[in-house]
Design a protein around this ligand. Structure first.
Ligand SMILES: Nc1ncnc2c1ncn2[C@@H]1O[C@H](COP(=O)(O)OP(=O)(O)O)[C@@H](O)[C@H]1O
Ligand SMILES: [Mg+2]
Length: 299
């Protein structure tokens, strides 16, 4: 089971005291990775046997980790953090029930869900550092502790939500941004499949045109470059409309790497269309189009 699947199952069993203790651990984690039991008791303002009971319950539910070193300390794992975000969504009235998992990516878990009106929504939990959680050895030359990764995941969700709101307001085809809390986002659910998974398209040239028109709109009007565009981050709907997803790494036009990222985004898409659908478009003319130097793109 993925961390989010654990959270989704366990969430319904949680009592207000459980959520309160998770929140107290979360607060303690702003100053250290493992929060000492004594500190938890201080904030919980209940007898120690009550704290012990609560912690062992959360541990059994798979929401926290216990560390026995120089002292006994506790830290949230991703499922515990997920539960706090789910609780915020439920309280805000944007989430009622979870459906199936839509994808466990390298850096996010996405679920199909329902809001209280019965409308389908997608819930995305950011998961930075998931790999490093297990392999404690550092790979990228640095590593963060658990608290650091939860924080980075929250930053990614905040960034993605801001970007979605911005491009959505300018009419770029993206899922509707609905609500964000901690490392998670609720957004409109899209029916369709990742571009990479479509074996055939009736009019591939038109699909390519639509993607590039959205890249152009994001760049010229919303002032944003996606920065991780590929056939995996474009969803093609059954009616052949396209939506661009996965925006946490997007940058503003004035970012020093904006131009390079824009070229890379366009190139990824062109290479894919040439290889898979034999649609050939010159990189230079596509870049001139998306950056507004030309008005039309012949495909
Ligand atoms: N709003 C959405 N509606 C439907 N499916 C989605 C939605 N957002 C994401 N997905 C699915 O979840 C997968 C992972 O989401 P994505 O935002 O690309 O995160 P990451 O690639 O970082 O794991 C996507 O490839 C897509 O299949
Ligand atoms: Mg993606």
């Amino acid at each position: 089971m993925s961390s989010a699947e654990v959270a989704v199952q366990v969430y319904r069993m949680l009592e207000p005291e459980d959520l309160r203790m998770l929140q107290i651990i979360e607060t303690g984690m702003t100053s250290r990775e493992y929060v000492p039991k004594e500190q938890l008791q201080k904030y919980a303002k209940v007898p120690m046997d009550r704290v012990d009971f609560e912690l062992s319950r959360l541990d059994k539910l798979g929401l926290i980790y216990r560390m026995q070193g120089g002292y006994v300390g506790y830290t949230l794992n991703y499922s515990g953090y997920d539960c706090l975000a789910i609780n915020a969504f439920v309280k805000a009235g944007v989430l009622e029930a979870f459906g199936k998992s839509l994808g466990v990516g390298k850096e996010a878990d996405v679920f199909d869900a329902l809001n209280p009106k019965g409308t389908r929504v997608a819930v995305k939990f950011h998961r930075l550092g998931r790999v490093s959680f297990r392999q404690t050895r550092r790979k990228r030359g640095y590593t963060l502790d658990r608290a650091g990764w939860l924080f980075q995941s929250r930053l990614a969700a905040e960034k993605e939500f801001e970007a979605l709101k911005r491009v959505h307001a300018y009419g770029v085809a993206v899922p509707e941004p609905i609500f964000q809390n901690r490392h998670a986002i609720v957004m409109g659910m899209i029916e369709g499949g990742e571009l990479a998974r479509w074996r055939e398209l009736d009019e591939p040239a038109q699909v390519l045109q639509r993607i590039l028109a959205n890249v152009r709109l994001a760049f010229l009007d919303a002032d944003l470059v996606h920065g991780d565009l590929s056939e995996y981050n474009v969803i093609v709907k059954p009616d052949m409309d396209v939506l661009i997803i996965d925006w946490p790494q997007s940058v503003r036009r004035n970012h020093p790497n904006a131009e390079d990222l824009l070229v890379r985004d366009v190139k990824n898409i062109l290479v894919f269309f040439r290889r898979k659908f034999r649609v050939k478009v010159n990189l230079e003319s596509a870049c001139e189009f998306v950056s507004g130097k030309t008005q039309v793109l012949e495909v």
